[in-house]
Design a protein around this ligand. Structure first.
Ligand SMILES: *Cc1c(COP(=O)(O)O)cnc(C)c1O
Length: 233
């Protein structure tokens, strides 16, 4: 399983370029960000690893995403069309990598299952695009007793099977976030996406880290002054 280090929101506040560099040096092969700006910021720090845009972007950002060599997540026709135009206009030597996101229950971003086959076929059939991944995101993997994660995986596998039947050559698949990785759900796919756990923070009180994992960042200070206050001050 290849690891995608998720460094959105400035590396969960830790400093995205530092985290990205450390994660890549330690064996991560891909990076995940939320916005085009974040991806461009990493490129400006001379990071040339694959960077996957996990969030929904506006159609007007398609050209900038292609220009920065970012891998774009598509979940609907309108962004796909803008991306197809941008990829044609900016075509250098290699096609633009596209991940298809399928919504299996989080209801935040992703194609509905019924539309996934049509989108995948269009992406795979465009010589300026490369279908680089198909994925979904868990809604409640940080609640280990919640059976919904199993339902999501079943739906994801059904969608993937239907794409296969429709003749789509399957790219790497991915589903697990930190909670999935730590509890072994969705970890059979080619890629896993670690965010919060990467920083040594448990996804929830019921999903602990593994032995030896600890917070990568702590803030320490020294008390320089103590004052006494009376009630009502
Ligand atoms: C933020 C994000 C992750 C990382 O989630 P963690 O729970 O922090 O591990 C993984 N995948 C997607 C699509 C995300 O948006």
């Amino acid at each position: 399983t290849r690891l995608m280090a998720v460094v959105k929101a400035d590396g969960y506040g830790h400093g995205a370029p530092w985290i990205a560099r450390a994660a890549l040096d330690a064996g991560a092969e891909l990076l995940g960000v939320a916005t085009v700006d974040e991806g461009q910021g990493l490129r400006a720090h001379a990071i040339d690893a694959p960077i996957v845009l996990l969030g929904s972007i506006d159609a007007s950002e398609a050209a900038a995403a292609c220009g920065a060599g970012l891998e774009v997540t598509v979940a609907g026709e309108s962004l796909l069309e803008s991306l197809q135009r941008a990829a044609r206009a900016s075509f250098a030597s290699s096609p633009v990598s596209v991940h298809l996101k399928v919504d299996t229950g989080l209801r935040r971003y992703g194609a509905v299952s019924d539309e996934a086959a049509a989108l995948a076929t269009r992406i795979a059939g465009d010589p300026f695009l490369r279908l680089a991944g198909i994925y979904t995101h868990f809604a409640s993997a940080d609640e280990p007793d919640e059976p919904f994660t199993t339902d999501q995986l079943r739906e994801f596998d059904e969608v993937v099977d239907s794409l296969h039947v429709a003749g789509v050559r399957l790219p790497p698949l991915h589903a697990a976030n930190s909670a999935g990785i730590l509890t072994g759900r969705g970890t059979d796919y080619a890629i896993a996406r670690a965010g919060i756990a990467l920083y040594g923070i448990p996804p929830s009180s019921t999903v602990p880290l593994l032995p030896g994992m600890r917070a990568g960042l702590s803030i320490e200070s020294r008390i320089t002054r103590l004052i006494g206050l009376a009630p009502g001050d």
